[in-house]
Design a protein around this ligand. Structure first.
Ligand code: IPM
Ligand code: MN
Length: 362
């Protein structure tokens, strides 16, 4: 029996391709006996077939597993009567029900990748966005109202408990890191709109309370609108950014754009017991089934999964495999003879998978 059971959900669009790619790389990196993967149904296509976006047995398997690896879910045409997309519920329900409160999204410029911010070299963009993942505006999904076809509401909700734990997570993460590339300072930037809304002023105040316990980490503040400018003009200033759910969703896509795009956007959604790993990109139905998607975001998310499992179980073999995968991806990008389409090349999903596997075995 393998030591760690990974529940996988392929999902929709390019989900199956990128998920299978990550599994291939993880198996190559860890060898036999360490991980076993079991695939489960879920997502928009499955909803069309069965009426369930997250079937009960998939949820039970995810809950019981050591970690969850997911491709991507969602189809633009598959919507509820209110117009919102069904596929997202696969993910959102897992977040809420498994209490995955910290959504970790590293933004790191690799050698060989052309950033639109040409002044910043690899190493000079290297920060992590920690998105609060269980509260905020998205927590009220499905609970808003549309009145008389005239007025619509959704309510933002934050709690001291929810903010405290994600702030603590962010400060602890900063302690493990080397500081911001610009000045080597360990820094947590709180991204909010404390100037406009009470919820965000409260978010900031609770982050301040938590910061008092971390005198070795600098606290910094940025309004959500202003940070979109700073992330382009001085990305090297950032080390860890903590943000309310919706702001974290938005700024993590922006951050990904500065390091080459969503094809490199790894993501780990962590709670105290469970962890879900997937690229932060969507299901890209326009290129699905063509072997055209870049699997790198999912592969890098797989490496985050190994790191998290390695820390949780004090298992050095996992941490070492995570490092090897990250290094292999770095080497493939730096070498530049296999470049995925989203980065201007023509390598297919399987080409990229094989290139990473070859780099692993060197
Ligand atoms: C993300 C996605 C999700 C979100 C979807 C899949 C629920 O955009 O993980 O960033 O909107 O949070
Ligand atoms: Mn998103």
């Amino acid at each position: 029996m393998a030591k760690y059971e990974i529940a996988t959900i392929d999902g929709d669009g390019i989900g199956p391709e990128v998920c299978q790619s990550a599994i291939t790389v993880l198996k190559e990196a860890c060898g036999a006996g360490l991980l076993s993967f079991t695939s489960h149904e879920g997502g928009a296509d499955h909803y069309v077939r069965s009426g369930h976006v997250l079937p009960d047995d998939t949820y039970a398997a995810c809950k019981a597993a050591d970690a969850i690896l997911h491709g991507a879910a969602g189809m633009p045409g598959v919507t509820y009567p209110d117009g919102t997309e069904v596929g997202n519920d696969l993910h959102l329900r897992l977040r809420f029900r498994l209490d995955l409160y910290a959504n970790v999204r590293p933004i790191r410029l690799y050698q060989g990748v052309d950033s639109p911010l040409k002044h910043f070299k690899p190493g000079q963009i290297d920060y992590v966005i920690v998105r609060e993942n269980t509260e905020g505006l998205y927590a009220s999904r499905g609970g808003g109202i549309v009145l008389r076809d005239e007025v619509a509401t959704d309510t933002i909700v934050v709690t001291r408990k929810g903010i405290e734990r994600v702030a603590r997570f962010s400060f602890e993460l900063a302690r493990q890191r080397k500081g911001a590339p610009r000045d080597g300072k360990r820094r947590v930037t709180v991204c909010d709109k404390a100037n406009i809304l009470r919820t965000y002023a409260f978010f900031r105040a609770v982050c301040d309370d938590v910061a008092a316990g971390y005198p070795d980490v600098e606290i910094d503040y940025a309004y959500a609108d202003a940070i979109t400018v700073h992330m382009l003009k001085r990305p090297d200033f950032y080390d860890v950014i903590v943000a309310e759910n919706m702001f974290g969703d938005i700024i993590s896509d922006l951050g990904a754009a500065t390091i080459g795009g969503m094809g490199l956007s790894a993501s780990a959604e962590l709670g105290d017991t469970h962890g879900l790993f997937q690229g932060a990109h969507g299901s890209a139905p326009d290129i699905a089934g063509q072997n055209a998607a870049s699997p790198l975001a999912t592969i890098l998310s797989g490496a985050l999964m190994l790191r998290w499992l390695g820390d949780k179980h004090a298992d050095a073999a996992l941490t070492e495999s995570a490092q090897r995968i990250e290094l292999a991806v770095e080497q493939v990008l730096a070498k530049g003879d296999h470049v995925p389409r989203d980065l201007g090349g023509s390598a297919s999903c399987t080409d990229m998978t094989q290139a990473v596997c070859r780099a692993l075995s060197r």
